[in-house]
Design a protein around this ligand. Structure first.
Ligand SMILES: NC(=O)c1ccc[n+]([C@@H]2O[C@H](COP(=O)([O-])OP(=O)(O)OC[C@H]3O[C@@H](n4cnc5c(N)ncnc54)[C@H](O)[C@@H]3O)[C@@H](O)[C@H]2O)c1
Length: 427
């Protein structure tokens, strides 16, 4: 019997502990957790107990874990955006292969540096662009590559962030301020940039972009609002009210049995009582009009590709639900791909439309439409068998193009929509 790949987890948060660690139970013959680190001891304790990690391999930070000799085959880097490269480089030098959370880094020099070091050390790194591994996008890619709509001329793509997801992550939460983390167009939409480049197989030439923080700022606060939802006089009419999102909302609230994300970000073990307690003093009980956020709540990008085709992309907070919606227009027809409903409609010119229900193609859509587990399993299979990685593998070299695109858009947005040539960014 093959020996499983041993894993060290740096950052036992939503991704490290709740998304990737459970895969050790899903495919125990391929993955075994042998070390874990987080600055929050309660999270490390949870991982230690659930996966029987030896106490001597539990650490109070990734840095402390990296001060030890190599402990595992692969390190999962699941800390915050600006920490990734500073932890990944020493890990590569120690001989770890890496599962590296996106974005690689908001700093392009750091992105280039990690590519250099990974090559120098001969290590394997996969960047977590999980959409590439979903049955939905694989079907979509297969159709486009088959030529069913001819040559791609134009793409219209939407990333519907969802009003409560924006409030949770980009107003009150981890990614609210680009000084601490990344600009939102990189943080949220490096996935979109990656998938659009992959789907079309094209290279980006130039971009222009607009966007701002339209709503979530103090001058838009309604009369009667307060610094925290608990003191607000108009909370009944506010969809962003923290109690609604984390307790009473049917789709997200703990009162309806949702004790995973986003509730377990508010408090480690969510119950109605523990959420109420956390909302009293913690960041997630703050009024959305009175946070220290500076990232956009809507942004558009116009992209010109090297072959003259064009892509238009909108990321927007103000949608009832999340999900991605893409229309690709080709010389022989168009395709409408709706990830929220798991459908792909092919409209060949002069022919009857064909509707594909992707939900019928597989029954495993857990975790980013089934992408999280497929990505890790495929990477581990590659490490175990030595077989060549598949064409969808998100290597550092492939991932960096999505970072170029997002950061070029951010530069354009900050410069009033100036056309930014990718040659300025790629260096
Ligand atoms: N691939 C995806 O689709 C996807 C989805 C969500 C988040 N992410 C990315 O994953 C990363 C983590 O996001 P998350 O949602 O898990 O955030 P999180 O806050 O839940 O987890 C980050 C963890 O890192 C810990 N940490 C901070 N400093 C540390 C240190 N020095 N050593 C060890 N641990 C430390 C924190 O205590 C926290 O538990 C982010 O970069 C984010 O962009 C990717």
């Amino acid at each position: 019997m093959q020996k499983p790949i041993t894993v060290a987890i740096a950052g036992c948060g939503s991704r490290g502990k709740d998304t990737y660690a459970p895969l050790a139970e899903r495919f125990p013959d391929k993955m075994k957790i042998v070390a874990a680190a987080d600055i929050d001891p309660a999270k490390v304790e949870d991982v230690k107990n659930r996966y029987n990690v030896p106490a001597e391999n539990c650490f109070a930070s990734a840095e402390e874990m990296l001060a030890q000799p190599k402990l595992a085959d692969v390190m999962f880097i699941c800390t915050m955006d600006k920490q990734h490269v500073r932890q990944a480089i020493p890990a590569l030098r120690l001989g770890y292969d890496l599962v590296l959370e996106k974005p690689i880094s908001p700093d392009l020099d750091e992105c280039r540096e990690i590519i250099r070091v990974a090559n120098e050390c001969g290590r394997k790194v996969i960047v977590c662009h999980v959409l590439r591994y979903t049955p939905f996008y694989n079907k979509f890619k297969e159709l486009l590559d088959s030529g069913v709509i001819g040559e791609i001329v134009n793409v219209n793509a939407f990333e519907n962030v969802g009003y409560w997801h924006q409030a949770h992550s980009f107003v009150r939460g981890n990614w609210r301020n680009d000084q601490e983390t990344s600009p939102m167009i990189l943080q949220k939409s490096c996935h979109d940039m990656d998938i659009l480049l992959w789907l079309t197989g094209k290279k980006l030439k130039s971009v222009s972009s607009y966007g701002n923080t339209y709503l979530f700022r103090a001058d838009k606060a309604p009369e009667g609002s307060a610094l925290r939802c608990q003191d607000c006089k108009v909370r009944e009419n506010c969809p962003f009210d923290a109690e609604k999102i984390y307790i009473t909302n049917k789709a997200t609230g703990v009162a309806h049995g949702h004790n995973g994300w986003p509730c377990d970000v508010v408090t480690l073990h969510p119950t109605e009582e523990s959420i109420r307690e956390a909302l009293k003093t913690g960041p997630y009980g703050r009024c959305v009009y009175h946070c220290d956020n500076n990232v956009v709540d809507h942004q558009i990008i116009n992209m010109e590709m090297e072959d003259g085709s064009t892509i238009n992309f909108t990321m927007c907070a103000f949608t009832a639900k999340g999900g991605r919606y893409t229309r690709v227009m080709g010389t022989l027809g168009d395709i409408i791909a709706d990830m929220e409903h798991n459908t792909i409609q092919i409209n060949r010119f002069g022919e009857e439309p064909e509707l594909i229900d992707v939900s019928k193609l597989t029954d495993d859509f857990a975790g980013h439409g089934g992408g999280d587990s497929r990505m890790v399993e495929e990477f581990f299979d590659h490490l175990l068998t030595g077989e060549a990685p598949s064409i969808r593998t998100t290597s550092l070299e492939r991932s960096i193009e999505s970072h170029f695109a997002a950061l070029a858009a951010e530069k354009s947005r900050k410069e009033g929509g100036r056309v930014v040539e990718l040659s300025e960014i790629r260096g």
